[in-house]
Design a protein around this ligand. Sequence first.
Ligand SMILES: [Fe+2]
Length: 195
Amino acid sequence: MKINLLFPTPVFETCDDADFCNRKLLQDACLEISRRKEVINRTKNSFHRVNTSHLVSDSLHLNDEFLPLVSFIQKCSKSFLVSLGFPSWTLEITQMWTNVGEKGNFVYPHTHRGEAFMAGVFYVKCDERDGITFHNSQERMPPEVLNTLNYSTFYYDGMEGRLLLFRAETSHSTFPQEGDSRIVISFNLRLKEPV
Ligand SMILES: [Fe+2]
């Protein structure tokens, strides 16, 4: 007999070690956005217990300060797309926003389903205790003994400069923030057919 493992959940991971995206510049830009009136009013949401510019100021990819990051994302997402089996297709960023968290803030498990094919997050500033958890979408009874056949969550530590890309339907969440400051940039990408 044998037990087969079916259906992978791919997550692309890399780090901007050279800091060519300029995290200090991104940090200042994100903090400025987080202080906007529409962003402050936006925070009263049942899924985001964090200051987020999602839906109210989410075209950051069009701002000059974000262009090096946009180029980095375009290069990485294209590489991921080829690995996923779409060598002739392209991706386009449709939304980019920032979450600026304080101690105790968190985000409930959610997906980016809808128009998006791929989603991602870039860590501008964070404590290593403030990472992200990915969830298996299948409802399962918690096992008595955890092993490689039954685990249903995967946790990444917080790491400044880290970029993660994943399919838009991949569920993810954050634990209540431990560190004083956590600034991330999230985004969605749409799949474009070859012409
Ligand atoms: Fe998300």
